[in-house]
Unconditional design. Structure first.
Ligand SMILES: [Zn+2]
Length: 581
C-alpha cells in the first residue's frame, strides 16, 4: 500500500470513530507535512476524545502508527477528572499509554475500524477494573517485576529459592561487575559451562520475603527502592522474621548489601527484585531509622531450575532421575539432548567411538568436536546449552564397563540402549533380567533407509511382579541351525543394507537425520513415561516410514510392514529370558 492510501485509510478509520460516538468531543490531528513515514511506528494522525468510566471523565488519545492495521493503535490516557493517582497497565510515569496484552496479536487487517473499537473497549474495561484503590495495589504488586525492570540500569543472574523467611544468600561479582546472586555457590558454578567462573568473589547477601498486602493500600513497587518504603515493609514483617533478619544483618560487612526481595503477589509466585544497598552509614538502614544509604534497583534474571524447566515443558519431578544411555550415535545423541531438555537431572553417556566427519549430517553435534570422543563432545554440547543436568561421559564399550562396574545399572533409574547392535543388546537384556533390582531398559534401533524405527521397554524390577516381554522375545531362528532374526523388522532380512565407501571397517547403515530424530523421539517419550511410572507393561513401539523409496532401492519389506501393529504381539510364551522357564 502506498503511503497516500495508508493515510487516507487511517483518516477514514478515525472519522468513523468520531461518527460512531464511542468517544465524545473528538478532534483529529495531523502530523505536520513532511514528517517521516518510513518508520513502522511513525504516527500519521491522531484522534483525541473523552469517555466516561466509573464516574471519571477520561481524556484519551488514539494514534494510528504507519503499520496499522497490522498492529494495534496506540491509546494514551491524557488526563482524568476527577484526577486519580498512577494506574497499573499504563506505561510511563503517571498516566500514559495503555499496555495491551501480548497475546492480542491476531488482528483482522480488513476491518481497521473494528480493531480500534476493540482497543477502546479493552481500555474502558481496564480502567473500570483499575480505578478502585484496593485493586490497584495488588495489580502493582502483580506487575512489580515489570516496573522494577524499568527502574533498573543493570541485571544479574539469579538462582535463589523463593522461601517464606529471610535467608542468607550470596552475591558473586568480579570487580565492579555483578555476576549472579545465588543461594548455593557450588551448585551455581557447577550448572555453568566451564570457563568464565574463575576469580569470582562471593559475598554475603540477603533474601527478604515481603508481602505488599501487609502494608496499607497505595502500594507501588517504586517504594521498595527507597529506604523509607523498605523500612515500612520490614516493620510489617511477622515478629519471627524480624528477629531472623536482625541476626542476619549481623553478618553484613562493609558498607554494601545486596538484597533479593521476594515480593508476594496475589495468587501467584513471588516476584524477585534485586536491590544493591550501598554507602551504608550509621547503622543498618533496614532496621535503623537514622541510618543512611543509597539504593540501586537491579533486574534479576532468574535462572533457577524451577523457573526455567516448566517453560520448556520439563517436569520438575524428573530432576532427581538418572538415565544411563549406551550408544551416542545419531539416535543416542538426540535422545541425550531430549532427556536433558525434558529436565532429567543426571545422564551417563557410554560409547567407544569418536565423532566422525562423515557423520556430520546425522549427528546432533554436527561438525562440532569432530575427532573428539562422542561421549565427551555430547557432554560439552549438553552442558553448554542446558543447565542443571549433570552429564557423565564413559568412553568405552558398554559390556566392558558393566563388567568392571557392576553397580552402574543399580545407580540409574532407567537404561537406554541406542547402540543399534543386536548382539550387545541381547547381552544387556540378559544381564538386566538377571537381577530384580535392575532398572527398566529401553532398546531402540533404526531400520535402513527410513523404513522404520523401534523402541522396546522391558523391566525386571516391578514390585508387583514383572510384566512379560523382553528383547529376547523378538529373536527367533526361523531355520534350524540358521541365523536368528528380529521379528519386528520391516526391512526384509535377506538383503545387505550396510554400505561401504572406504573399504573394510567403514560400513554404515544408510538412514537420514530425520529418521534418527523420529526414532529418538519415540524412545524418549517412552523413557519419560516410564520414569513417571506411567508404563507398567513392556510395549514395543514402532514407526513405519515410506515403502516406495525403500523398494525403489531394490529392497523389499517384511509381511509385518503391512500389518496392524500390536505393541505386545511380540511377546513369546517360550522366551528363555522373560518366561521364567
Ligand atoms: Zn522375553
Amino acid at each position: 500500500m502506498i503511503a497516500q492510501s495508508i493515510s487516507m485509510m487511517h483518516e477514514e478509520t478515525l472519522r468513523r470513530i468520531d461518527l460512531g460516538g464511542v468517544l465524545k468531543d473528538c478532534q483529529i490531528w495531523w502530523l505536520p507535512a513532511g514528517a517521516p513515514t518510513s518508520e513502522p511506528r511513525a504516527i500519521h494522525c491522531t484522534l483525541s476524545g473523552r469517555m466516561v468510566v466509573a464516574g471519571h471523565t477520561v481524556h484519551l488519545q488514539v494514534s494510528l502508527p504507519t503499520e496499522f492495521p497490522r498492529c494495534l493503535p496506540e491509546i494514551e490516557v491524557l488526563e482524568m477528572f476527577p484526577p486519580v493517582g498512577e494506574l497499573p497497565h499504563l506505561s510511563a510515569q503517571g498516566q500514559g499509554k495503555v499496555c495491551f496484552p501480548q497475546d492480542a496479536n491476531l488482528l483482522d487487517a480488513d476491518e481497521p475500524y473494528a480493531i480500534v473499537l476493540d482497543a477502546l473497549a479493552f481500555t474502558r474495561n481496564l480502567l473500570e477494573r483499575m480505578l478502585p484503590d484496593s485493586k490497584r495495589a495488588s495489580e502493582f504488586a502483580r506487575e512489580a517485576f515489570v516496573y522494577w525492570g524499568q527502574m533498573a540500569q543493570r541485571g544479574v543472574e539469579c538462582v535463589v529459592t523463593l522461601g517464606e523467611h529471610p535467608a542468607p544468600i550470596w552475591v558473586l561479582s568480579k570487580g565492579d561487575e555483578l555476576r549472579a546472586v545465588v543461594d548455593d555457590v557450588a551448585e551455581y558454578v557447577a550448572s555453568r559451562a566451564p570457563g568464565g567462573m574463575e576469580g569470582l568473589e562471593s559475598k554475603f547477601a540477603l533474601y527478604l520475603p515481603l508481602g505488599a498486602e501487609r502494608v496499607a493500600s497505595g502500594f507501588h513497587p517504586r517504594e521498595l527502592a527507597t529506604l523509607d518504603g523498605l523500612r515500612k515493609h520490614v516493620r510489617a514483617l511477622p515478629e519471627e522474621d524480624r528477629i531472623r533478619l536482625s541476626l542476619l544483618l549481623g553478618h553484613v560487612q562493609g558498607t554494601e548489601l545486596f538484597v533479593v526481595v521476594g515480593l508476594r503477589r496475589p495468587q501467584e509466585e513471588r516476584a524477585l527484585l534485586g536491590l544493591r544497598i550501598f554507602d551504608i552509614q550509621g547503622g543498618h538502614p533496614l532496621e535503623d531509622v537514622q541510618a543512611l544509604a543509597r539504593i540501586e534497583p537491579v533486574l534479576l534474571r532468574r535462572r533457577d531450575h524451577s523457573f526455567l524447566a516448566p517453560r520448556g515443558g520439563a517436569g520438575k519431578g524428573l530432576r532427581s532421575r538418572r538415565v544411563l544411555l549406551a550408544g551416542c550415535g545419531a539416535v543416542g545423541g538426540y535422545i541425550a539432548f531430549s532427556l536433558a531438555r525434558a529436565g532429567i537431572g543426571g545422564i551417563s553417556l557410554v560409547d567407544p567411538d569418536l565423532l566422525a566427519l562423515e557423520n556430520t549430517y546425522r549427528h546432533v553435534c554436527g561438525l562440532s568436536w569432530a575427532g573428539i570422543s562422542k561421549v565427551v563432545g555430547l557432554q560439552w554440547e549438553i552442558e553448554r546449552a542446558i543447565p542443571y543436568v549433570s552429564v557423565n561421559a564413559y568412553r568405552g564399550r558398554f559390556e566392558r564397563l558393566l563388567d568392571s562396574n557392576a553397580s552402574l545399572l543399580l545407580e540409574n533409574d532407567l537404561v537406554i540402549s541406542a547402540m543399534g547392535h543386536p548382539t550387545m543388546d541381547l547381552d544387556l537384556n540378559k544381564r538386566v533380567w538377571s537381577d530384580t533390582k535392575h532398572p527398566p531398559v529401553i532398546f531402540t534401533w533404526l531400520e535402513p533407509l527410513g523404513v522404520g524405527g523401534h523402541a522396546l521397554l522391558t523391566h525386571r524390577s516391578k514390585p508387583d511382579g514383572f510384566p512379560r516381554g523382553c528383547l529376547k522375545c523378538l529373536y527367533s531362528r526361523p531355520v534350524e541351525g540358521g541365523a536368528i532374526q528380529n521379528r519386528a523388522a520391516f526391512a526384509s532380512p535377506d538383503a545387505v543394507y550396510t554400505r561401504d565407501t572406504l573399504g573394510c571397517g567403514s560400513r554404515y547403515l544408510p538412514f537420514a537425520d530425520l529418521d534418527a530424530q523420529r526414532t529418538a523421539e519415540l524412545a524418549t517419550r517412552l523413557a519419560l513415561r516410564a520414569l513417571r511410572g506411567e508404563v507398567s507393561d513392556a510395549p514395543l513401539l514402532s514407526w513405519r516410514g515410506e515403502r516406495k523409496p525403500f523398494e525403489d532401492e531394490g529392497f523389499s519389506v517384511t509381511e509385518l510392514f503391512s500389518k496392524a501393529l500390536d505393541p505386545f504381539g511380540y511377546i513369546r510364551e517360550d522366551c528363555p529370558i522373560c518366561s521364567g522357564k
